[in-house]
Design a binder for this molecule. Structure first.
Ligand code: ADP
Ligand code: MG
Length: 332
């Protein structure tokens, strides 16, 4: 079969051989994407942790967003789910529903984005499916990670009287959305670039998640928002929590915005898409957590504590409750 001309739509087999098979080199079980399915076994003593996330053009990204960035975000949101379980990435599967506008240049950019992040995070493609669709571009990625059997970090195992931590900075993605939809304007250009960059390309905590096995009692990644996601830990664990807002780590750009408009504290605490790790841990692990964070080069902040009862309470510098109306906040 002759390769498709630039701008033309290549055939399914050409797409697999030219753009996807090279991404499968790192996983022997992928069989070079030449068979009907992959054959995988976990390393002896491990078990698989499996997650899937789907992105739809016009819903989760804009139809004209750069394909390499879309690819990397698709992989990264799944890597964040693996990290939140304490799992080390192993392989991923890719299902694509492609409108007719997708051409060779799109596949080049999309597979190039995947290649860059595969190398950065240590994962390889092991299979997938490619179909045409009359609808918008739809991308689904299934990621498989590994943990020593029984050591995955669940949401449901936090206890009252523990510390609450979060990695990185919180609220950047929510503030970026405010910039994109015009609610926030006239920021310094560097602040706008920083916030938009954090929204478009989250940083999954791939090394730190597994480093927390045996230290964190429960963990989740921040996709719905800090308060909502801590609420998920609290509900499944049957406890409550208090967060000291001044301890919540903010980027310079976010801190500037909140200082100018204190009401943005709510946006920061309830906005989603940060893909940072939010976890609980008993006090005796404080030193080990600080050491693990330093070892992998991740910023970690202790932002509050778990308590008996239920709900998530946000406190200001004086220890007074900050009232937030939006979802994620539950009154006692
Ligand atoms: P079948 O028709 O039997 O499902 P396909 O032609 O869909 O086979 O797939 C052939 C091989 O190519 C399989 O190993 C499959 O996993 C792989 N493959 C197909 N599409 C993709 C994709 N988008 N990404 C990665 N691998 C793919
Ligand atoms: Mg198929």
């Amino acid at each position: 079969m002759a390769p498709a001309a630039p701008g033309a739509r290549p055939g399914e087999f050409e797409v697999i051989a030219r753009f996807f098979a090279p991404l499968a080199k790192g996983e022997a079980g992928a069989l070079g994407l030449t068979d009907d399915a992959a054959i995988l076994a976990p390393v002896a003593g491990n078990e698989f942790v499996v997650t899937v996330d789907m992105l739809t053009a016009g819903v989760h990204f804009l139809p004209d967003d750069p394909p390499d960035l879309v690819a990397r975000k698709l992989l990264r949101v799944n890597l964040s789910d693996l990290a939140a379980m304490g799992a080390t990435p192993r392989a991923y599967f890719l299902a694509l529903g492609l409108p007719s506008s997708v051409d060779v240049a799109w596949f080049e950019a999309f597979s190039g984005g995947l290649a860059a992040d595969q190398a950065a995070f240590g994962i390889a493609l092991a299979g997938g499916d490619t179909t045409a669709t009359p609808g918008p571009l739809v991308l689904s990625l299934t990621a498989i990670g590994e943990v020593p059997a029984g050591s995955a970090i669940r949401r449901s195992t936090a206890r009252a009287g523990e510390d609450v931590y979060v990695t990185g900075t919180i609220g950047d993605a929510a503030l970026a959305l405010c910039i994109i939809d015009g609610r926030l304007r006239d920021l310094p250009a560097a602040d706008t670039a920083h916030l938009i960059g954090r929204y478009r390309l989250p940083e999954p905590r791939v090394a730190f998640g597994p480093a927390l096995r045996g230290l964190a009692s429960a963990m989740i990644d921040v996709s719905d928002g800090l308060l909502a996601d801590l609420g998920h830990i609290c509900e499944t664990s049957g406890i409550g929590a208090e967060i000291d807002f001044p301890q919540v780590p903010l980027s310079t750009a976010a801190a500037r915005l909140v200082a100018g408009t204190p009401a943005l504290a709510e946006t920061v605490a309830t906005g989603g898409d940060d893909y940072e790790l939010l976890f609980t841990a008993p006090e005796r692990t404080r030193g080990a957590i600080t050491a693990a964070a330093a070892r992998v080069g991740v910023r970690v902040a202790r932002i509050g504590r778990t308590i008996a009862g239920g709900g998530v309470r946000l406190r200001d510098a004086a220890g007074l409750p900050i009232e937030t109306a939006r979802a994620g906040w539950r009154h006692f």
